[in-house]
Design a protein around this ligand. Sequence first.
Ligand code: FAD
Length: 435
Amino acid sequence: RTAIALVTRDLRVRDNPALALACANAERVVPLFVRDPTMPGGAVRWRFLDECLADLRGSLRDRGGDLVIRHGDVVAETLRLAGEVDATLVTVAGDVSSLARRRERRLAEECETHRIELVVTPGVTVVPPGALRPAGGAASYRVFTPYWRAWTAATWRDVAPTPRRLTLPPGLDPGPLPPPGETPGAAASARSAVGGEAAARRTLRAFLPHLSGYAQEHDVLASPGTSRLSPYLRFGCLSPRELAGVAAGSEEFVRQLCWRDFFYQVTAAFPRINRDPLRPGGDVWRADDAAFAAWRDGRTGVPVVDAGMRQLAAEGWMHNRARMITAAFLTKHLGLDWRLGAGVFFDLLLDGDVPNNYGNWQWVAGTGNDTRPYRRFNPIRQAYRFDPDGDYVRRYVPELSVVDGPAVHEPWRLGRDLRYPPPLRGPAPAAWLPD
Ligand code: FAD
């Protein structure tokens, strides 16, 4: 029997349930990735994806197999290949965005028509979205704490075995990898992460000694206190299930993985999360193109906000605390629509995905499942608290590198010409703004 293991957001050989299932049920297994040029996302993610593909191809070749790469529509290309190799089984990891679900539905229809068995496996989250249901019959948990309780009490699936050897059908052309740098503007910045399972495991190994300090360090903006594994989880270079097991010693860290699952199950129940507010009411914003451009380009005149936006542009990643500060600045201080900010993040983040990006944006904007939607963020108080020496700001805002210590957070108090703009004002008065 020949099976196609369709790889989408699970670009790894370790703990890959879809790949393991194909290997357990067929003598010949064709791992397939279809590079669909209409996939949403900015150039940095394409570059990262292509590095992931090269790495996965190498791992599969080491095991006697290969990664077949096709270009175009995922469903059409899968069916075409199934015809070429006479496959009777297709395996794929289930996913939750509306795009992914539409693809899954079409794939199911086509497989049925062509009498091919389709098996949708877990693999993108620790606990599959929809597996836990709140009492009362709602489709998903809307509040995090009860979800966390159910999630920690749930039995997680076993880690899937890593395939030792794969056999491909004879005469199969695996197709070329996209040449490096093919995507315009996608050259890797020196500061941005490299894609692939090997790089994911290096990053994990480097982080594990810091795990015990995670609870104290993860909010400190200038510290390497977080794992930086999010791009690898985004593309599935690392299994979230495996990671949750390895990191079980730090409840605070595992809790973050639960937040990730939380937003996946919200998205499964509410696929329009990237367009419509999760909670009706309060979704009213003003328009101000100049303020939006200043925010996007990191020149709001509020150092900690500008540092966050410039970190995003330089690294394709931003510290979680800075994401909260910059998102709150856009929505709560400037009064601009969360969809605008989420769109910028979605384009520039290596880890940008629908559930986490839009779920977190709605949480900050107060349109989501937050239980305290009217919380206000004072960016200056946040800056003193989470960047107490000002090192984070100096690292990303070179105009301010001449200012020592935490004074860097309020340059308007220094009375110096720093070639740095005055802070941007929003529609409402803010206690932290200079008079
Ligand atoms: P760590 O602190 O090491 O956490 C480990 C893992 O837990 C992360 O890799 C991530 O998978 C998960 N995690 C941590 N915090 C959160 C959270 N708040 N929500 C969901 N999962 C979390 N994360 C994304 O993966 N993709 C996004 O598009 C995204 N957009 C965001 C937008 C906003 C406005 C905000 C406030 C947060 C967003 N996050 C997003 C969540 C979080 O900021 C990142 O996951 C985290 O900064 C990644 O860095 P890390 O891997 O070092 O995290």
